[in-house]
Ligand binder design. Structure first.
Ligand code: AMP
Length: 211
């Protein structure tokens, strides 16, 4: 058997992915939540797990430092998708990518200023709508930008909408439905075909059984 490195996104996605992996018989050999480690072995000697920030998962998989990754579609859309396949929608950590504005804000006619960490996705979205826009990159707390007049709109992930509401914002346009996807390095898909295929089959079976 070849060694397989599986890169996981820490946080919400990890919490949803671990039970799924367990049902696919991939179980970390120690408690991930209570540890500061970044690499974990599993019950299957040839499979190890990396715990990464979401934005880094496609990079690790693209360059082959990880064979397989689990990341949010928002991150993959922003990344552009070079160097890996996206064979499975796990259906976990579902949410929406949306634009949002300050409650009561009038629709703007001219150039709009958009704050987001999803610059590429936002640029494509506004261009497709024929709307002139300028983009400000933020790494967090996007909700503050319209309130402090840093931007007219934001592009961000919305789940319940509580965070937006709590900060005086409302959603405006839907950009994409988001959930976590399995991605696979293109070269590894060939060179480690049997081992990767058996992991993908197990994950597919788990996903199909729960829907
Ligand atoms: P909510 O208040 O439920 O709309 O969620 C608000 C925040 O939680 C968003 O601004 C995101 O940063 C984060 N969030 C919600 N759902 C997800 C998800 N599926 N994946 C990653 N981040 C999420």
């Amino acid at each position: 058997m070849t060694h397989i490195t599986l890169a996981l996104t820490k946080g919400r996605i990890l919490n949803d992915a671990l039970p799924l992996l367990r049902r696919a018989d991939i179980v970390p050999s120690e408690d991930i939540a209570g540890s500061r480690k970044l690499v974990f072995f599993t019950n299957q000697a040839h499979i190890r797990l990396l715990i990464l920030r979401g934005v880094d998962v496609p990079t690790y998989v693209q360059f082959g430092a990880a064979d397989i990754g689990i990341a949010g579609k928002d991150i993959l859309l922003e990344d552009g998708g070079d160097g890996y396949y996206e064979p499975i929608d796990l259906g976990i950590a579902a949410c929406r990518l949306m634009t949002a504005v300050a409650a009561g804000a009038q629709p703007l006619k001219g150039r709009v200023i958009v704050a987001t960490k999803y610059i590429n996705v936002a640029r494509a979205f506004y261009a497709q709508r024929g709307r002139q826009a300028e983009f400000i990159k933020l790494y967090g707390a996007m909700e503050l930008a319209p309130i402090l007049n840093l931007a007219d709109e934001i592009v961000d992930i919305v789940d319940t909408g509580n965070t937006l509401r709590a900060n005086g914002l409302v959603t405006r346009e839907h950009i994409a439905d988001i959930s976590s996807r399995v991605i696979v390095n293109r070269a590894a898909m060939k060179t480690k075909f049997a081992d990767i295929q058996s992991i993908l089959d197990a994950l597919r079976a788990v996903v199909e059984n729960q829907s």
